[in-house]
Design a protein around this ligand. Sequence first.
Ligand SMILES: [Zn+2]
Length: 325
Amino acid sequence: MNKSKCLDAVNQLMEDRRTQGKIEENRRREEISAAVPAIAQKERELQENHAAFFRFIADRDGSEEKFLEFRDKSLALQEEIKALLVQNGYPEAYLDPVHHCSVCYDDGVVDGQLCACYKQALSEQYLKESGMEHLFSGSCFANYDLSLYPEDSRDKMKKLLEFSKKYVKTFGEDSQNLLFVGEPGCGKTFLSVCIGCELIRAGNFVLYAPVQELLNDFEAATFRNKEAGLPTDDYLDADLLIIDDLGTEFYSSFVETTLYSVINTRLTRKKPTVISTNLSIEDRSECYAARLNSRLTYSFLNLEFPDADLRAETLRRKAARRKKQ
Ligand SMILES: [Zn+2]
């Protein structure tokens, strides 16, 4: 996953938002200037008062009384403008600066920390990088098609879906870690990314990665000193990390250590993780060493998915539709 590319895209987005805000501000000012000349006149008086105030500050010989005079005049003019706006059917803040985010004013940073809007945009970029962006449009849960499952599995899947909705609603640092277990094509990835998308929309920092991609990034950071352009710190810090397809990675002691370290660090930091895997508990005990296994078994809520092949069922339906046409 290319973090530098994602950061560049998010920084560009913030800049575009600031520019769009300025453009909208100017558009509103021109609109008001044409529609209500009295407001334009008050605006000019306000600007003149500000300019005179800055000259007064620069001269440094003013009195406290004069200072208060400038301030009171400015406040009075602002109130008059607001009143005129309302009288003419506009919101009173119509000429205020226009921002996409009212917390950081589209700076992306507030009190030295990344703003939630920045993290949300970064989550979306990561999703784009991982090819899962198409799931972000529309509400994932609402699009979940239970009829793709065999009839006798629908109840079980419905419960998993309800559980996931509740998980999103109550998400926080006390949320459980989830291990989605099931055969390929049974909807584990889809449901985990649904959870991720809903949480991104709610303003959380979410990172999705197929297990091999995550491991490639740690390998590059460890052995090729490329950490700066990789999201290794985000894998540890994201509000939610989704690791997809555990068990499909090429096994090595580096893999074992890295997986344990990522999972364990996140546990310590109280950052929930969702993992999907085809491996049963018996398979896992053959694949991984005891300490990683113990984490996966006891620190994660293991949720079994019903057998189904959603991809095959979707293709079968598409083919049937084509035949009808
Ligand atoms: Zn913000």
